[in-house]
Design a protein around this ligand. Sequence first.
Ligand SMILES: Nc1ncnc2c1ncn2[C@@H]1O[C@H](COP(=O)(O)OP(=O)(O)OP(=O)(O)O)[C@@H](O)[C@H]1O
Ligand SMILES: [Mg+2]
Length: 365
Amino acid sequence: MPEIILKNVAKRFGKFVAVDNLNLNIPSNSFITLLGPSGCGKTTTLRMIAGLETPTEGSISIDGKVVFDADKGINLPPNKRDVGFLFQNYALWPHMTVYQNIAFGLENLKWDKKRIQERVKELLEMLRIGQFEKRYPSELSGGQQQRVAIARTLAPGPKVLFMDEPLSNLDAKLRMEMRTELKRLHRDTDSTFVYVTHDQLEAMTLSTKVCIMETGILQQYAPPLEMYNNPANLFVADFMGNPTMNFIDGHLSADGTVSFGGMKARFEAQDPGALRDQDVVVGIRPEYIHIDEDGAVEATVYSTLPSGMETTVKLDVNGASLTAVVFGDVDYPVDAKVKIGFHKAAVIFDKKDGKNIARGKLTLV
Ligand SMILES: Nc1ncnc2c1ncn2[C@@H]1O[C@H](COP(=O)(O)OP(=O)(O)OP(=O)(O)O)[C@@H](O)[C@H]1O
Ligand SMILES: [Mg+2]
């Protein structure tokens, strides 16, 4: 159940900075995801922790042991770090059965036969692939192959499991299923999971904490719901959540009045000390807009996307475009006049640098 600590870790390829001064504390037994758009440095970060890539600067320790230190010249190879990998292309050995695929690594480690048998049996059960033990990979579905790959990775009992987009080859339904499996697996093993994805939903649903990066720079490191409700800046706010948060330019007064999109509201900040007179961006989650008779402002329905469980409604409010999500199978005619209001919390960002100024309740006046 190791803790992983990264201190001032940087990776440069020539002049290009792939990861910039990253400080990260990954607690024991956590499920961390590295999240961000393509090219932001997720795989590079994972590879540095695993020992597959040498950082340019900084230090890394796993379970109290320094595995890398640029200044002291310490750099343990991957096989001395007690870690397991699961990559996007999880190629199983095609000429080996499921059983042999899982046992192979343990035979290499010179485990005795009986111990191997017990361990493989345990994994077959844990991943619910016992009935396939005699089959070859070509006789399995994608999701079953994936589970064999996971079993193979877990077999030697690595203290840390690294996964780089391991579900990206699967269809949506199977991916959903495997997410559930991974989460249970995390509970059933004592391992620390470090998971790479560019899918915000995957990060939200799986992790105990999300590390979101952009162009090699850490943007926020927090539990998923905290990140969703109180994003550090516009980048994080925009990246987390689908449909995305509504962003409306406006102006904040030090007394807490906000004018935006032709509307005026009172903003009760959780931290009123943060408020001063300035240009802002008001961020409102789609599900925090309610459409009903109690609404204080009139809006026009631009279009609706009913999906059964919820309906995404595009609204026009005095020329500003807002997206609302209404739960249940409701629908509105195009061009209908409705009334809207805001519930729960909005977040107000600094227009200049995009940073979160304050979170609070927004009441239309
Ligand atoms: N060996 C290399 N030489 C030069 N540049 C590299 C090298 N490896 C990675 N990079 C660059 O470093 C940046 C980060 O790459 P990385 O693979 O970590 O991105 P990523 O976040 O995993 O992206 P993706 O979601 O597309 O997999 C990219 O801009 C990439 O082009
Ligand atoms: Mg990658």
